[in-house]
Design a protein around this ligand. Structure first.
Ligand SMILES: Nc1ncnc2c1ncn2[C@@H]1O[C@H](COP(=O)(O)OP(=O)(O)OP(=O)(O)O)[C@@H](O)[C@H]1O
Ligand SMILES: [Mg+2]
Length: 405
C-alpha cells in the first residue's frame, strides 16, 4: 500500500491555506483507494455537499438530504460510523453525487465529522466497487480522517468568526472615534459661533466706547452740554451692548460646558440629570422615572451613556420633530434599565435609518447623532429600537442589561 496519497491528504489538512473541500474529498478517495468520496455538511435538519470527488460540490447546488433518514442521515443524526459491503442509495441526487450508474450497488463507509465539542458537523462518505469491500481497518482510517477534517473545519470556522468579530469591533471603534469627532466639532461650532463671535463684537463695542470717552476727556472746557450729554449716552449704549454680549457669551459657554460634561449627573445622579435635560429642552418634556435608588448601582459609564443618549434624543426632538410634547422615561425592570424617549412630532423613516445605525454608520453623511446613540448602545450591549413613521411621532427605546447588584 502506498502511503503517498495519505501523506498528501494529511499535508493538506495541516496546511495554513483555506481548506478546499473538493480536494479533501479527492484526497480521502485516494487514501482509501475509493472511486468516489464526499465531504457532507449537516446542521440539525439538513445535509448539504461541502466537497465532492469526482467533480465538485458546486456541480450539486440543490443537493439536500434530511438528517435522520437513510444511512447518511442516520450517521449524521447518531454520530455512529457505518460500513456496508453493498449499498445502493435511493435518492437520485445522492446517486448522482456519488457517480453511481442506475441500479449500481457499492461498498461504502460513512463516518461522522465532529467539532471540538463533539458535535456532529457532517459526514465523510466514501464508496468503492463491491468487489473490494472495506475492511474494519479501512473504517478506522476513514474515521480518523473524518476526525481530522472535523477539527480542521472547526478551526477554520473559529478563525472566520474571530475575523468577523474583529472587523466588527474595528468598525465600532472607528465609529466611536468619528462620533467623538462629531461631538468635538459640535463643541467647536458652539464656541466659535457663540462665544468667539460674542467676544469679537464685545471688543468692538468697548473700543468705540473707549474712543468716545477719549473724545469726552479732550472736550474743551465750556463745550456744549447737550453735545456732551449725547456723547455720554453713546458710551452708555456701547457699554450696555457689551454687557449683553457678556451675558450671551456666559450662557453659551455654560451650554457648551454642559454639552461636555454634566455636573448634575456627577453630583446628583442620573434621574436629576435627565430632569435637567428635560428642563433645558425648548418644549414641554415629562420625565417618568423610577426613584433614584433604583439606579444607584448603575456603573458611571452606563449612567453617562444613558445621559448622552437622552441628550441627543431630546436634541433631535427639538431640532427635527416639530413636536408639541415629549416624554422621557427611565425604568428599572429587574436587571434591565429601560430608557425611552417619545415625541408627538413629524416622525421620519426610521427603518432605513435604523439599518444604517445598527450597522454602525451615520444616518446620513454628516449626521452623527443617531449613529453615536447606536454606538453607545453597542458598547453597553444594549438593544436600541427606533420606531417612527412620517406623521406618527418617534419613539426611541434603549434596554441596557446591568448585572444584578
Ligand atoms: N425625533 C425625531 N423626529 C423627527 N425626525 C428625527 C427625529 N430624530 C431624528 N430624526 C431624523 O433623523 C435624522 C438623523 O438624526 P441624527 O441625530 O443622526 O442626525 P442630525 O440630528 O441630523 O445631526 P447631528 O445629530 O449629527 O447633529 C435627522 O436628520 C432627522 O431627519
Ligand atoms: Mg441629531
Amino acid at each position: 500500500v502506498s502511503t503517498a496519497p495519505l501523506v498528501a491528504l494529511l499535508a493538506r489538512l495541516g496546511a495554513r491555506e483555506p481548506l478546499d473541500l473538493d480536494a479533501v474529498a479527492e484526497g480521502v478517495a485516494a487514501a482509501l483507494g475509493a472511486h468516489a468520496a464526499a465531504v457532507l455538511t449537516s446542521d440539525a435538519h439538513t445535509i448539504t455537499a461541502g466537497g465532492v470527488w469526482p467533480g465538485r460540490a458546486a456541480d450539486h447546488p440543490g443537493f439536500r438530504l434530511p438528517v435522520g433518514r437513510g444511512v447518511t442521515g442516520l450517521v449524521a443524526a447518531s454520530g455512529r460510523p457505518e460500513r456496508m459491503a453493498a449499498d445502493a442509495p435511493r435518492d437520485p441526487a445522492h446517486r448522482r453525487l456519488l457517480g453511481l450508474r442506475p441500479g449500481e450497488a457499492v461498498a461504502r463507509v460513512v463516518t461522522p465529522t465532529r467539532d471540538r465539542d463533539g458535535q456532529v458537523t457532517g459526514v465523510l462518505s466514501v464508496v468503492r466497487d463491491v468487489a473490494q469491500p472495506f475492511a474494519a481497518a479501512d473504517l478506522e482510517l476513514a474515521q480518523a480522517l473524518a476526525d481530522l477534517v472535523g477539527l480542521r473545519r472547526h478551526a477554520d470556522e473559529l478563525v472566520r468568526a474571530d475575523r468577523t468579530q474583529r472587523s466588527r469591533r474595528d468598525l465600532r471603534i472607528a465609529q466611536a472615534i468619528s462620533a467623538e469627532e462629531a461631538e468635538r466639532r459640535r463643541l467647536a461650532y458652539d464656541l466659535h459661533d457663540g462665544v468667539t463671535t460674542a467676544l469679537a463684537s464685545m471688543s468692538f463695542h468697548l473700543s468705540s466706547a473707549e474712543l468716545t470717552m477719549a473724545a469726552l476727556a479732550d472736550a474743551p472746557p465750556g463745550a456744549d452740554p447737550a453735545a456732551l450729554g449725547q456723547r455720554f449716552e453713546q458710551v452708555r449704549t456701547q457699554v450696555r451692548a457689551a454687557h449683553d454680549l457678556v451675558d450671551l457669551a456666559y450662557d453659551q459657554t455654560r451650554s457648551a460646558i454642559t454639552g461636555l460634561h454634566s455636573l448634575v449627573l456627577s453630583d446628583l445622579g442620573l434621574v436629576p440629570a435627565l430632569e435637567s435635560l428635560a428642563e433645558a429642552t425648548p418644549l414641554p418634556v415629562d420625565l417618568v422615572a423610577d426613584p433614584s435608588e433604583a439606579f444607584a448601582d448603575l456603573p458611571d459609564h452606563v449612567a453617562s451613556a444613558l445621559h448622552r443618549i437622552t441628550q441627543e434624543a431630546l436634541r433631535n426632538v427639538a431640532k427635527h420633530a416639530h413636536a408639541s410634547h415629549a416624554v422621557v422615561s427611565l425604568r428599572r425592570v429587574g436587571d434591565v434599565v429601560v430608557l425611552g424617549c417619545t415625541d408627538d412630532g413629524v416622525g421620519f423613516d426610521a427603518r432605513a435609518t435604523a439599518d444604517r445605525v445598527g450597522a454602525g454608520q451615520a444616518a446620513e453623511p454628516g449626521h452623527y447623532g443617531l449613529a453615536s446613540i447606536g454606538e453607545r448602545c453597542a458598547l453597553l450591549g444594549a438593544t436600541l429600537r427606533i420606531e417612527s413613521l412620517p406623521g406618527m411621532g418617534t419613539t426611541l427605546m434603549v434596554e441596557v442589561p446591568v448585572s444584578p447588584a
